[in-house]
Ligand binder design. Structure first.
Ligand SMILES: Cc1cc2nc3c(=O)[nH]c(=O)nc-3n(C[C@H](O)[C@H](O)[C@H](O)COP(=O)(O)OP(=O)(O)OC[C@H]3O[C@@H](n4cnc5c(N)ncnc54)[C@H](O)[C@@H]3O)c2cc1C
Length: 339
């Protein structure tokens, strides 16, 4: 059995779905094939849209991509009718050592032309009255959040998604002409590889892609926080509906997706040190996802090494933020390829 589309998107996480949606808007006939793998990153992510507070020293190129993506977010969210909030982020230091480190970060961001003003502990607590004692912070007003599960649901309602595991490619000489699924279907079209942390064997030099495990805790109750809080050992992402996401571990454990008591304990302990009122919130869940990481933390987006293959991989810590930008780029490539 063989079916033909303009593009076959392999992977129905936020990246694959967003690429498929934008490609359909350009008039392409697209299908998304997803294997529903445990540990997919998108449904686990916190949904912070944080170009500056997520950037580490030396990640100027990533910062540029992230800032561009943030600019696309208001339109992306409006088109999908998503609960996007530009609530701002408060990068917080809980002691003198963290304050010194955060000040170094602020200087670095200033050197890149980003705003960032040091706030005294009392000013931090004026902004967020629920905070425990802290050593100061920095307000980044243009950062925000959007619920990744709402994003995935909104996109999945707009593109055809089929449950199927892709196991191989279909070759027409040197050109990749489509994919083969585990149940023996052949689906032809330009292949968009959006398989998150899976798919290293499709790259010319494995292992250029690896999973980085993240455990996260979801709480719910009366809202106790207005902004994202970014501290050294934990972050807090509040939603308007009362959900509070506490994240996240960063673990090099291959494809392990277990949720362990010690990590949940550490996340809650650090969150409690910053915002004691979390003790009153209802515990909803703890879960783990696999971030798709590359050696330089930059996404792998663009034409693959063979004709007929497009990459949309490796979005690591920023795939929710970067989705609108990657989708535009991939849809542009696919539309160009069709001409
Ligand atoms: C704990 C945690 C917190 C995070 N917080 C944030 C955040 O606050 N902000 C942010 O921007 N980013 C965040 N991220 C990162 C973000 O979640 C990822 O970068 C993004 O979700 C990657 O999306 P993706 O579609 O590439 O991968 P995934 O969401 O992993 O989707 C890949 C899909 O491919 C499918 N697949 C794989 N192989 C095959 C195959 N052979 N055939 C068919 N289907 C296949 C899988 O079933 C899966 O559904 C976080 C990640 C984690 C784990």
């Amino acid at each position: 059995m063989s079916e033909r589309f303009d593009a076959v998107v392999v992977g129905g996480g936020v990246i694959g779905l967003a690429c498929a949606w934008r490609a359909r808007q350009r008039g392409l006939d697209v299908v998304v094939l997803d294997a529903a793998r445990p540990g997919a990153a998108s449904p686990v992510a916190a949904g912070m849209l944080s170009p500056a507070t997520e950037t580490e020293f030396g990640e100027e190129r990533l910062l540029e991509l992230n800032l561009h993506a943030l600019e696309l977010w208001p339109r992306f969210a409006a088109e999908l009718e998503l609960p996007y909030r530009q609530c701002g982020a408060l990068a917080l230091a809980t002691d003198a050592d963290e304050a010194a480190e955060l000040r170094r970060h602020v200087e670095y961001r200033r050197s890149l032309g980003l705003a960032g003003e040091w706030l005294t502990p009392s000013r931090c607590r004026e902004l967020e009255p629920g905070l425990a004692a802290c050593a100061g912070g920095v307000l980044v007003p243009d950062e925000g959040e959007c619920d990744p599960r709402a994003i995935v649901a909104a996109l999945a309602a707009r593109v055809p998604v089929e449950r199927a595991e892709v196991v191989d490619g279909v070759w027409d000489g040197e050109r990749l002409a489509g994919v083969v699924t585990a149940d023996g279907r052949t689906v032809e079209g330009t292949v968009v590889l959006a398989t998150g942390c899976w798919g290293a064997d499709w790259l010319p030099e494995p292992p250029a892609l690896r999973p980085v495990k993240g455990q996260i805790v979801r709480l719910r109750g009366t809202p106790i926080l207005g902004r994202l809080i970014r501290a050294e050992r934990v972050y807090l992402t509040p939603r308007a509906n009362g959900e509070l996401v506490v994240g996240a571990s960063v673990e090099e454990r291959g494809f392990d997706t277990s949720v362990v008591a010690g990590t949940v304990h550490e996340l809650l302990r650090e969150a409690y040190r910053i915002l004691p009122d979390i003790a009153e919130l209802e515990f909803v869940e703890a879960c783990a996802g696999l971030r798709p990481a590359t050696p330089d933390n930059l996404p792998l987006v663009g034409s693959g090494p063979v004709e007929g293959l497009v990459y949309a991989l490796g979005h690591y810590r920023n795939g929710i933020l970067l989705a609108p930008a990657t989708a535009d780029e991939v849809a542009g490539l696919l539309a160009g390829a069709r001409v």
